[in-house]
Design a binder for this molecule. Structure first.
Ligand code: SF4
Ligand code: SF4
Ligand code: SF4
Length: 259
């Protein structure tokens, strides 16, 4: 922590392809916990202030890498930051941006941009750790404000924040929520990383996997269970593709390389 004579740690926020909802969650967190501003200096944050700095103690990066020029910008941020944190699902796992990776790129460009398709240099979406070294991630779409505050606090204390590596189902059971499967619907909680306090099932919705996969998900078993609950293979795939497209593609690519 800082006193009046110690420079405050410089933190910065950057956005790539995203809806900017995670940055909005940060702004909400600063409104409910303004004391954070007593211990850090925010030097770049396009949504909130004008300003620029050459060095950052912590750079929070929201959004996916979706075009060649993003690589150059990410590399430049990495070179100027002591710690890089992926902020939200778009940065952490490419999130919903990677749905498009399941279709031919030319088709996606034509659907989105029509006659202007060739004016944009977009390519398949990737999480930022596919381009630069990332020290930590804050999962979720959007991020959980309490997890953001906890991780910032841990980083400011010079410690390493850890994420749970067990499924959302554990938190769901601890809350004594009635399982979505018992309501006749399906849920990705068994393969999804916990840390959100199973907020969606607690409100009657299924988990759609926004925090990404646990390190050892049993995808085969989940497929079987969802099929038993009447989901056809296409419906299972589209459920998984919503947030997990990039992670599933990456796992398949690594399996092929091992063979
Ligand atoms: S993770 Fe979700 S809320 Fe955050 S920027 Fe991406 S789409 Fe928006
Ligand atoms: S509702 Fe979803 S997260 Fe909760 S126990 Fe059932 S499958 Fe797991
Ligand atoms: S329950 Fe699932 S979809 Fe909902 S916030 Fe948690 S990880 Fe995301």
């Amino acid at each position: 922590m800082t006193d009046a004579h110690t420079p405050k740690p410089k933190i910065a926020f950057f956005d790539f392809t995203s809806c900017e909802g995670c940055q909005l969650t940060v702004l909400d967190s600063l409104q409910t916990h303004p004391e954070l501003l007593d211990v850090v200096e925010i030097v770049e944050f396009r949504e909130a202030l004008t300003g620029h700095a050459e060095r950052y103690d912590i750079a929070f990066i929201e959004g996916s890498c979706t075009r060649p020029s993003d690589e150059e910008r990410l590399t430049s941020i990495r070179a100027r930051a002591s710690v890089v944190v992926a902020l939200g699902a778009c940065a952490h796992i490419a999130g919903i941006n990677a749905i498009r990776n399941n279709m031919p790129l030319a088709e996606v460009r034509n659907i989105v941009y029509g006659d202007d398709a060739n004016r944009f240099d977009t390519y398949p979406a990737r999480p930022i750790h596919a381009v630069i070294a990332v020290d930590y991630s804050i999962p979720g779409c959007p991020i959980n404000p309490y997890e953001f505050l906890r991780i910032v606090t841990v980083l400011l204390q010079g410690r390493s924040p850890e994420l749970p590596d067990y499924p959302v189902c554990i938190e769901c059971k601890l809350r004594e929520t009635v399982c979505v499967y018992q309501r006749g619907r399906t849920c990705l909680g068994p393969i999804t990383r916990a840390g959100c306090e199973a907020i969606c099932p607690a409100r009657g919705y299924e988990c759609v996997g926004c925090r990404g996969l646990t390190s050892n998900p049993n995808l085969e078993s989940l497929d079987q269970v969802m099929a038993e609950y009447g989901l056809k293979p296409d419906a299972i795939q589209s459920r998984l593709d919503m947030f997990l497209s990039w992670e599933l593609q990456d796992r398949r690519a690594k399996e092929v390389n091992r063979e």
